[in-house]
Design a protein around this ligand. Structure first.
Ligand code: NAD
Ligand code: TYD
Length: 375
């Protein structure tokens, strides 16, 4: 496979995927197709933007003619599809945009790929759709008090799973999305599978847990809170802060995508997660401690920034991924322990204040004009 479209490559996870592919596979041509919504930031790829095997195309995945044209022009054999609206809070305010991009955009891309690939035969083609664990809905917390998360290793997760009947998201679980975001992602997953079952398109779907790391837009918990702690702004904790998320370092997700794109079974589904469950409030305390320590402040000095606010509507209680299938079949496992990943992440945001300032001021949206139009 030589010519690969990565959609949403200017976003958080997409930029890590693009970076990994253009550096690891100089023989591949990576075409980053991104509309540059508020979440797209070309500065995320500054270090690789001049590589000869990288091309950026500003385009909307909902534009069928444009997608057909791009596939033909670049003789594309593979698509890694990450472009999406990705923030649950925004989906609560504006569900239509989520249906448009996540559902219609995915369908548009599928249909364009079908038109182009079917005539040539499916051999060597691949449509890899990146999805979320949120499609499975919310898990209960069945463990008794005193055995609360964090559960940060596969072994500790398994012990609690066995002892307290804790459930995980496994690949065979029924979809039960609750938010407009997860409903739109669930719908797109169904369309991808339908294109395999109906037309024989070689598809793969993966469902991953919450990612964290460099270049995440500061509307999501971890970068938002790191920045607020640094600036000593309030930390808005939804509800009681007891919701549990399973966190994975973004480069580990990108490594899994690389592995699955090349070696995953066609028509299969893989869950990707960190065996790393944390209550929000505990993560927030870790963030306060880490930022304060790295800035040379007194320990726990900023804990009083924690401010409990009205809960998110329909807030899913617990997500926890069982990624043993991926480990068993393809040998993937997370490379970083959470403490290590969080330290790296906090340090990155502190070292890259210019990136954060560019995003919060809105200046990052001029980058495309400067880079591609005004030269
Ligand atoms: P993000 O919001 O940071 O980036 C999304 C990118 O898609 C942006 O660059 C944006 O400009 C682009 N985009 C949006 N609409 C588009 C359109 N119509 N046409 C072309 N490009 C468009 O998202 P992310 O956090 O990097 O997530 C990437 C993918 O991974 C999404 O599909 C998301 O559902 C999935 N995912 C995310 C997480 C997570 O924790 N962030 C976890 C599991 C799965
Ligand atoms: P988020 O990063 O938005 O990811 P997701 O909703 O996809 O899990 O939120 C992670 C958790 O943090 C989630 O339980 C909601 C909570 N949260 C807050 O308590 N306050 C905030 O300001 C944000 C953005 C999230």
């Amino acid at each position: 496979m030589k010519n690969i479209i990565v959609t949403g490559g200017a976003g958080f996870i997409g930029s890590h995927v693009v970076r990994l592919f253009v550096t690891k596979y100089p023989e591949y041509h990576i075409i980053n197709v991104d509309k540059l919504t508020y979440a797209g930031n070309l500065a995320n790829l500054r270090d690789v933007e001049n590589l000869p095997n990288y091309t950026f195309v500003k385009a909307d995945i909902c534009d069928y003619d444009c997608m057909c044209q791009l596939l033909r022009k670049h003789e594309v054999d593979g698509i890694i599809h990450l472009a999406a609206e990705s923030h649950v809070d925004r989906s609560i305010k504006d569900p239509f945009t989520f249906a448009r991009t996540n559902v219609m955009g995915t369908l548009t891309l599928l249909q364009a790929a079908k038109e182009y690939w079917q005539a040539q035969g499916w051999e060597g083609k691949r449509f890899y759709h990146i999805s979320t664990d949120e499609v499975y809905g919310a898990l209960e917390m069945t463990h008794p008090e005193g055995v609360d998360p964090p559960f940060t290793t596969k072994a500790s997760s398994a012990v609690h799973h066995e002892a307290y009947g804790l459930k995980f998201f496994t690949e065979d679980l029924k979809y039960q999305p609750h938010s407009p975001y997860s409903a739109s992602k669930a719908s797109s997953d169904h369309f991808v599978r339908a294109f395999h079952d109906t037309y024989g398109m070689p598809t793969i779907v993966t469902n991953c847990s919450n990612n964290y790391g460099p270049y995440q837009f500061p509307e999501k918990l971890i970068p938002l809170f790191i920045n607020n702690i640094k600036l000593r702004k309030p930390l808005p904790v939804y509800g009681k802060g007891e919701n549990v998320r399973d966190w994975l370092y973004v480069e580990d997700h990108a490594r899994a995508i690389d592995l699955i794109f090349h070696r995953g079974n066609v028509a299969d589904t893989y869950n990707i997660g960190g065996f790393n469950e944390w209550k929000n409030i505990d993560i927030i305390k870790v963030l306060v401690r880490t930022v304060d320590r790295l800035l040379g402040r007194k320990e726990d000095e900023d804990l009083d920034l924690i401010t409990y606010v009205t809960d998110r509507a329909g807030h899913d209680l617990r997500y926890a991924i069982d990624s043993s299938k991926l480990q068993r079949e393809l040998g993937w496992e997370p490379s970083l322990q959470f403490e290590e990943g969080i330290e790296k992440t906090v340090q990155w945001y502190l070292d890259n204040q210019a990136w954060m300032d560019n995003v919060t001021s809105g200046d990052y949206q001029k980058y495309y004009d400067d880079m591609y139009l005004n030269r």
